[in-house]
Design a protein around this ligand. Sequence first.
Ligand code: COI
Length: 358
Amino acid sequence: ASTSTLQCRAQATITAEPSTSAKIDWDSLGFGITHHAPVMYEAQYVPGMGWQGNLRPYGNIEISPAAQVLNYGQSVFEGMKAQRSAKGRVVLFRPEENAARLQAGAGRLLMPEVPAETFALACMAVVAASRDYVPPMGKGSFYLRPLLLGTGPILGLGPAPSYTFLVFGAAVGSYFKTGKGSTVDLIVEEHFHRAAPGGMGGTKAAGNYSPVLLTQSAAKEKGYADVVYLDAKTDTLLEEVSSCNIFLVKGRHLKTPSLTGTILPGVTRKSIIELARAKGYTVEETDCPVTEAMEADEIFTVGTAVVLQAVGSLTYKGQRKQYTQGGKPGPVAAELYEDLTAIQQERAPDKFGWVREV
Ligand code: COI
């Protein structure tokens, strides 16, 4: 595998700016699949033979109508970003964390692990072959979506007899429509829960994301960008937003829900905890009562897709807490956003050793 890694790197003539061949208007990127790269990686797992994969043109995959994933949802995925950096190269952010999380998810859903080396090789190969889709620095990123699917056919409930690992990617901009440097309005969900103790909330499984569609669309109809979930046991503690983790700020103290199994262990979450501590903030991974959130100085959400998103207001049981005015992020959110993206784009020294060149 290391020879192929070298071959993939050798193919990658990364330049400081994308060439014009992708014909993308970098100033109007949203978070979508429109500007997907023309290539993707596909590997098949056959028991006894292991993983065998290659780059191929981006396109449909053919699977049986009896595929486990179509019937019973045996699927875990990842989200990662490649960015152009101030050093004129293309870099990934902590990809080994995503590799490890995919392996943990595979264990939870009884799927074969993708070896870390195969994961890295696949992601690097897709980015290297898609360099024209990596936006100029600061205009967006190339979002990678690794997928591990139980694609073999089965009718009774059980693990798939065979598996597919895919990595595709697209040039993307801001996740929320309000865009970079703005705020979003959130509402606390009062009827549904995202995860329950002993369930699958801590796994990046596809099955954790479709149940949020109903709540999300109801919130959007009322003018909110998304919902915040409370814990299923007491209905009093913040858990996370549909697509990202959450932090509360009070003075120089940050709080975020602890990883007790119902919270997605976000790579950005982990990075913000480390970054904030290094800057002298105290950070507690602990219970975050919604009542405290309604009295916090600031709230922000974090995730690979959303990066760090300041929350303008939170509505709970009909009461609206306004954190900032005029769609402007609070000072702590603005500071940590800048620190994180400066490392991700190599505008600041990578003092934690998080950045990997493609
Ligand atoms: C990510 O942040 O990368 C995710 O996978 C969340 C997804 C809903 C976009």
